[in-house]
Design a protein around this ligand. Structure first.
Ligand SMILES: NC(=O)C1=CN([C@@H]2O[C@H](COP(=O)(O)OP(=O)(O)OC[C@H]3O[C@@H](n4cnc5c(N)ncnc54)[C@H](OP(=O)(O)O)[C@@H]3O)[C@@H](O)[C@H]2O)C=CC1
Ligand SMILES: Cc1cn([C@H]2C[C@H](O)[C@@H](COP(=O)(O)OP(=O)(O)O[C@H]3O[C@@H](C)C(=O)[C@@H](O)[C@H]3O)O2)c(=O)[nH]c1=O
Ligand SMILES: [Mg+2]
Length: 283
C-alpha cells in the first residue's frame, strides 16, 4: 500500500515518517499548502493508495493576523486534496482540532456537537472539516487536541525550556482538555488509513485525545514531576494570561466512536514519559 503524507517536519509528520519510512512524504518544498491546486496535482501524479494530511497552519495567535493564509492552508488545501482522492477513489485521512468548539459547558463534546470556533485558527480548521466531506470521497477527519512530542514546538517543550530559568510559573487552570502524544495520533491515522478503504461507510468525523482530561496547569505539573524539575505551578484563570486568540475553556472530547477502528484514548502521562526519555531528560 502506497501512503502519501503531506508534511515532513511537524510533530505528527515526524511520527508518521518513523512508522512508514517508505511512504511518499511531501514537505513544503514539494507541496506548499498555500497553493491548494498543487496539492491536488501532487496526489494525481503520485497515484497513492491512501493520503494522510499531517500539514497545517498551527500558529493559533498569529492566525488572528493571517486568517486568509490560514484558511487557504487549513481549509482550501485539504479540500483540494480530498477532491483528488475522491477522483482516484482512494481514502483521505485529515486531522482537525478541539478549537472548532466554543468550549462551553463541561461535558465532553460529541463528534456531532455544533461547532463554533472562537478564533481564526479554529475557523480555518472548520473550513477544512467542511471542504473534505464536500469532495464526496471516503474520508476520516480526526479531531485531536494539545499535541506534544519530543519534536517541534509544543507545550511540553515550552515548559522544559522555561524550567531552565524559572522556579515559579503561572499557568491557566480553567481550560480543560486532553493532551495527546503525536506518536499515538500517528498510530491512529495509520490504523484508520488501513481500515477506511474505499467504503464510505466509516467516513466521518472522529475524536481522539489523550486521557485523563486535565488543565494546562495540570499538564505542566505532571511534566515537571516526571522531569524532576522543581517548579511551582500557580494555577490562574485564562483572564490572567491574555493572548490574541481566545481558547476554549472546555476542550473535553467524547472519543467513544473511535472504537469502530479499535482505538481508545491513550494515556498522555505515558506519552510524557516517552517524550522525556527521547529528549534525554532524566526523571
Ligand atoms: N499542535 C497541536 O497542538 C494540535 C494540532 N492539531 C492538528 O494536528 C495536525 C498536525 O499538527 P502538528 O504536527 O502539531 O503541527 P506542527 O505545527 O508540528 O507541524 C505543521 C506541519 O505543517 C507544515 N506546513 C505548515 N504550513 C505549510 C505550507 N504552507 N505548506 C506545506 N506544509 C506546511 C509544517 O512544515 P514547515 O516545518 O515547513 O513549516 C509542518 O510540517 C494539524 O492538522 C493540526 O491542525 C490538532 C490539535 C492540536
Ligand atoms: C507558556 C504559557 C502558556 N500558558 C497557557 C496559554 C494557553 O492557554 C495554554 C497552552 O499554550 P499554547 O500556546 O501551547 O497553546 P496553543 O498553541 O493554543 O495550543 C493549541 O494549538 C493548536 C494548534 C491546537 O489545535 C490546540 O489543540 C492546542 O494544542 O497555556 C500559560 O498559562 N502560561 C504560560 O507560561
Ligand atoms: Mg501553540
Amino acid at each position: 500500500m502506497t501512503i502519501l503524507i503531506f508534511g515532513k517536519t511537524g510533530q505528527l509528520a515526524t511520527e508518521l515518517a518513523r512508522r512508514v519510512p517508505d511512504a511518499i512524504q511531501l514537505g513544503r518544498d514539494e507541496a506548499d499548502l498555500s497553493d491548494p491546486s498543487a496539492c491536488g496535482a501532487a496526489i494525481r501524479d503520485a497515484r497513492p493508495d491512501v493520503v494522510i494530511n499531517a500539514a497545517a497552519y498551527t500558529a493559533v495567535d498569529r492566525a488572528e493576523e493571517e486568517e486568509a493564509l490560514a484558511t487557504t492552508i487549513n481549509g482550501k488545501a485539504p479540500g483540494a486534496m480530498a477532491l483528488a482522492c475522491a477522483e482516484l477513489g482512494i481514502p483521505f485521512v485529515h486531522v482537525s482540532t478541539d478549537y472548532v468548539f466554543d468550549g462551553s459547558g463541561e461535558a465532553p463534546f460529541t463528534t456531532n456537537h455544533p461547532t463554533a470556533p472562537l478564533g481564526a485558527y479554529g475557523r480555518s480548521k472548520l473550513a477544512g472539516e467542511l471542504a473534505v466531506p464536500a469532495a464526496g470521497g471516503a474520508h476520516a477527519i480526526l479531531r485531536t487536541s494539545w499535541v506534544f512530542s519530543a519534536h517541534g514546538a509544543n507545550f511540553l517543550k515550552t515548559m522544559l525550556r522555561l524550567s531552565e530559568t524559572r522556579d515559579r510559573l503561572t499557568i491557566v487552570d480553567d481550560q480543560i482538555g486532553g493532551p495527546t502524544q503525536a506518536s499515538a495520533i500517528a498510530d491512529a491515522c495509520l490504523a484508520i488509513a488501513s481500515q477506511l478503504g474505499d467504503d464510505a461507510g466509516k467516513s466521518g468525523i472522529y475524536h481522539f485525545s489523550g486521557a485523563p482530561d486535565t488543565s494546562w496547569a495540570g499538564f505542566a505539573r505532571e511534566i515537571f514531576a516526571q522531569a524532576g524539575r522543581e517548579v511551582e505551578v500557580v494555577g490562574i484563570p485564562s483572564s490572567g494570561y491574555p493572548t490574541p486568540a481566545k481558547r476554549p475553556l472546555n476542550s473535553r472530547m467524547d472519543c467513544s466512536t473511535l472504537s469502530v477502528f479499535g482505538l481508545e484514548r491513550p494515556d498522555w502521562r505515558e506519552g510524557v514519559r516517552e517524550a522525556l526519555a527521547e529528549l534525554g531528560v532524566p526523571g
